[in-house]
Design a protein around this ligand. Sequence first.
Ligand SMILES: Nc1ncnc2c1ncn2[C@@H]1O[C@H](COP(=O)(O)OP(=O)(O)OP(=O)(O)O)[C@@H](O)[C@H]1O
Length: 708
Amino acid sequence: MEKSARPRTALNECVKVVVRCRPLAEKEKNEGFDEVVKVWPERGGVQVYNPKGQDKLFTYDAAYDCTADTQTIYDEMVRPLVASVLDGFNGCVFAYGQTGTGKTHTMEGTPEHEGVIPRAFRHIWAHIENSASPDVTHLVSCSYIELYLEDVRDLLSKDCKKLTIRGQYTSKLQNPPPSLRHSTTRRTALSPQRPQSTELNGFYIPEMTSVVCKSAAEMVRIMKAGNRNRASGRTDMNEHSSRSHAVFLVTVETAHRKTNRIRVGKLNLVDLAGSERQRKTGASAERLREASRINQALSSLGNVISALAENSPHVPYRDSKLTRILQDSLGGNSKTIMIANIGPASYNYDETITTLRYAHRAKAIKNKPVRNEDPKDAKLREYQAEIERLRALIEQRRGLADKKVKKEKVAKSKPQPADNSEEETVSIENENILAESTIEQEKCKTEELEHQINALEERLVQGGGGKDLINNLNETRLILEQRHTEITERKKREVEMQQRIELEEETTAIVTNTFANLQQEVDHKTQRLKKCLAKYAGLREEMVEQREAHDNERRDHETLQAALIAELRRRLLVADSFVPDAGRPAVLRARYNEDTDAWELREHSGVEPLARRPVSAAGRRRPTCSAALAHNLPRQRAENVLDLAPLPLPTTTRTYTPPRHHPLHSQSIPTPVKKEPEMEPVTVPRKSAGRPARPSTAHHRLGTAGVR
Ligand SMILES: Nc1ncnc2c1ncn2[C@@H]1O[C@H](COP(=O)(O)OP(=O)(O)OP(=O)(O)O)[C@@H](O)[C@H]1O
């Protein structure tokens, strides 16, 4: 197929931000919490009542209250994005927000309330069935991964194998070899296809399972199978809390026979885990470890959003795997929708304001979506090339087989000489048998190749598949879709108009107020000054609130850290008590390799390396050994002496002191009895021979390191 090098220009497009507020939960009602969120869907506004000060009002591309269903959100916001994906663009929908605010409810939904993901599947397949030309071929494949405790796991592989995110495409990786032998599991770029000139920073996940699908129902089955492997658990804030960030990737490839072009659209459907506070979720042990990683990744995502919104020259995508995965969706080649989920309860005021602030910042992020035409890693092209190769092979084999048959016929038709010896007759017969078996083998091979072609062709979906697929239902669906799009467009315009009218009203109120005399001007200026002062006061208040929120967040982090350290100490204590001494050198040699994402044992050199030299005390050039301190030897002060003396064993006995009226006393034996201090039976002395005792276990070492 001919490849075009047509330049593709990218138009900036802002990230669309939608806010969805869920209803007050039963538990929140029972505990008597008030609703502090008011949504203004007609102007995309969200107002939060502040019990301590001024109310907050934020505006977005759209805002939905608790009465809105996912169908409305899909039709108004997500449908146009999925339509772009079908047209060869990259798209991303991600749900963001505090734990228990309805991210999974929005993305996956429930059997009664279908979420965005299954709706997108149906939309894609309705489009494929409606594209009535047999000249159009589609190939739909999907992958499902999760980010759990900073491990990327393949939810569609048998044992949820760990995957590695690789940075930067190389020229070799841009053209992966067309290997169809492993047609279900092959290298797939998660980071959507970038135009060649900007492909330098892309990330991709090799060996991610990619399953070719034939219907929306099959895709739902795959999603459910993946969900069964996804990490989830109970917390005090959510009965079924997602403990991982999940990404469902759909790739739709469309080949147009007439134009010889292939368009590849990639859709990332992301259900993030929610931010959470330990004191509210009551997380401990494993849940706590998960929470710390979830918050860490979300904090990195917040930093990326802030950096992009402020047009910062450095965007910290590399800070976490989540931001690497979402790199293209935020500030890259993609059309993106962020669904910010919030709860209405007063109890969650701080978290709601934080989510709304991030969502507001995300509105300023500009993406550069480009239509992916004829990308080099299009699977469809590989399939077509393979089918053509197999067809050519069959033709070749058929030609050879025909020739052999003709040859045999000629040989058979030749008159046999009458004086043929018995041996000659046998050899001719053998030759005939051999030729017949070769022809049979050729036939089998040809049939095998035909089977292969059929299998490959079955994966490709011919647009429309003939008139029988374009039934009335699909036509009606198409018309309905068009109507939906029109209504959505109109609604969007209405919201925009409403927001513009409000702005205009404010400015015209000032402009139309003509100054009749100086007093009027003074009044006007005073009014403006008042407004400025009010704005200044508002900003100050916001700053104070932000500081408060930041302090709260810091306190939370500290609590979390303290809890994690306590947990770590517990584990170290267990390790110190139960890991045998023989195993410790091996434990010390274990190193974490960030490239391979695994723990490795270093080569045993025979001699264990010396412990690292301790850092100097303040004001001293080098650490001073205890001997130098004891004898005041200035020469030894600068020596790097490691104290390798064994620790004194704890005293478990007491020197015998006879009772006062014991016969020994009455005999007045001159031996002086030294009085020993009272000893706890099994405590390790902290000091020995005037120098500080070294901690004996990892547990103690951690204790002396303290909480940083
Ligand atoms: N719009 C809504 N209407 C009705 N119920 C909702 C809505 N949104 C969420 N819920 C309910 O709230 C609960 C929590 O929702 P969900 O599990 O989707 O939250 P989440 O944000 O995904 O939480 P986490 O981050 O912990 O996974 C569920 O019982 C869900 O049914």
